[in-house]
Structures are given as structure tokens and as C-alpha cells.
Design a protein around this ligand. Sequence first.
Ligand code: ZN
Ligand code: ZN
Length: 367
Amino acid sequence: MIKKKVTLNFNNLKHKIKLFYIQTKKIIPLANPRGVKLLCELCGKTAYYQCLGCRITYYCSEKHQKIDYEGIHKKICSFLVPLKEVSEFLGSEDQRIKLQKEVRAKKLEIIHLATTEAKKNMFEENYELAIPAALQALRYSQDVYKKKSIESIPSYLLLGKATTGLKNFKQAEDYLLLAKYALFKSKKQDYKIRYQLHRNLGILYTFKKQYDEALFELSNDIYYSSLLHGPEHIYVSGGYFQLGNIFYYQKKYNNALSAYSHVINIWNSYFKKKNNEVFDEALQAEAQNMFTRILEIRKELLSESEKNIELAQVYMAFGQLHYMTKNYMEAKSNFEEALKRYQLEYNSSNINIIQIKSFLREIELNI
Ligand SMILES: [Zn+2]
Ligand SMILES: [Zn+2]
């Protein structure tokens, strides 16, 4: 029996990485030991390059090495060697159990790190860089949990979203259907996962102009997100927004406008409640995108007589979004635009006018 002494040290490689990351060693696939086929970390094709930081990660090309490095590998390269050594460790039962626990914790850390990194890149619309991180998160969640476990679904959703962003619809559909299958297999009633899955499928089918399928997915999205949060919640608004987009593409403009109205009403009443619930950057960006598009479409479709109030509502939502995120200059210009339009329709006792004026006074104190 071969005994190998292993101590876990996840930090000792860091200094090397800086020096070596961009260096890869070219390898000749045929020279590998029989039966060992080295595959690209990113695409699974035959590998010709090896990372000199960990020496256990391979790539088909320098391009894939670079994308993987930027997307996630630079953050996890130093974790990989100790993890590999542990899998070859032959020691006493107690030692093995202890090591396995540490390894599991380390793998969970990688999942968390990779998921965060993928989300960050998604948020910045760096879809290509989001993919390596999401792939790592998927790989390790399938390793730690069962292969088709519910824990693998968030990674599939990220991959589905990123590939949709890259307009690689075939692959996006594959990922999302794998998520659907994993959800079905798990037999768990996780409404959050469920509505996110339906929304992503809805967005994908909208891109593919398969509007019937998209409408089916989005009605499921709205159903499950409403069950979870209540029908008037901001998390539900994204579903109505997508619904509005489909109606718009189908030239059913009245339906589109009323779906968009629902979105704006949900957000304006959310702001009115002045709840201190913090929402993350991703939701902030989503709200920003929705308001921008709704503003454009209202400008395009509404008659002059309808415009003042309807546009004022969107500027009001914008103003409050910026106010909440302490972006006071932006908030100010949106409130002023809303005020100007409301004043053309109402007198100074109108509740919206009073509210905007009080916001503007608050802003003056803050800038
Ligand atoms: Zn590759
Ligand atoms: Zn490496």
C-alpha cells in the first residue's frame, strides 16, 4: 500500500500563479498515458495546453485558457492541487473522514465563489466570462450533491441565461431543459427555482420568436412568483414585463401597454410603502432596463393627450429608484420631468405633485 502524507494547504500556490498564469505548456495529446484523454476545461475538446499554475487543468487553445482564467480559474487555481492530492490520499479511516469533510467545505466554497463570479459577470453583461464560472459551479455542485440534484439548477440557469445573452439559443435551451429535468427529478416544490426557470425559458422563447411557448412559460412564471411573493410584488414584475414584450412583438399594443402599466404600478406602490428592504444591484439594473424600455414604448405608442400622466408615472418610478440608491442628481432630473408633466394635468393639491415636491426638497438637503 502506498502511503502518502498530505497536509491541506490551499494558499501555498498563490505566489506561483501570478508568475505562471499566462504561461501554458503545449502538450502532445498522443504522448499521454494510454487511456488518458486530456480535455479542454471549457469545451471538452482535445486539449493541447496545460495550466502551469495547477498543472491539472487543460485547454484546447490559448483563447479558452484565457477566458477560463479571467472568468474563474484565477480564483480557484490554487485550490485545485490540494483537492486532487486528497483524492489520492490513503490513510487511516479517521484521517480520511476528517480530510473528506475539509474537502467538502472547500468544494462548497468553490461553488459559492464561482456562482458569485458568474453573477457578477452576468450583471455586467460579460456573458462569455460568466460561462467558465457557471460551469465550475455546476461541476462542483454535481460533485458535492447528486448529479441531477436541485442544487445544480442555479448553475444551469446561469448557463442558460449567459448562452441566451450570447444568442446561442440551442445551447441555452439544452441548459434550461436540463434544469427542468433536474427540478422534475428532485420532486421538490421550490417556487423560487421554478419561477426563475419559467422566466428564463420565456425569455429564450421570446428571442426565438416562439411566442406561444413563451407565453406559456411566462404565465407559469407569474403564477409561481405570485404564489411565493404575492401578485403585486416587485419580483413578479419581471414576468409581466416579459409578457408586455411579447404582446409588443405581436403588435397587440393595448395588451402590451396594460402589461407594462402593471409593472410601473407595482414599482410605484412598492416605493410608496417606503420599505427599507434592500435590493441587490441585479434587481436595480433590471428595474432600470424595464423603466427605460417602458418609457420608450409609451413615447412611441401613446397619443399626446395620454402622454403627460403616463410618462410622468415612469419618471416618478425612475426618480424613486435613483433616490433609493442615493443617486441624487439622476433622481432630481427625473422628478423634475415628472413634476413638469403632472403640473400640465393637475393642480398643486394633487398627491403626486405634493410627493414629488417633498422628494425634491429632501434631495436639496442631500446634494
Ligand atoms: Zn476549448
Ligand atoms: Zn491552474
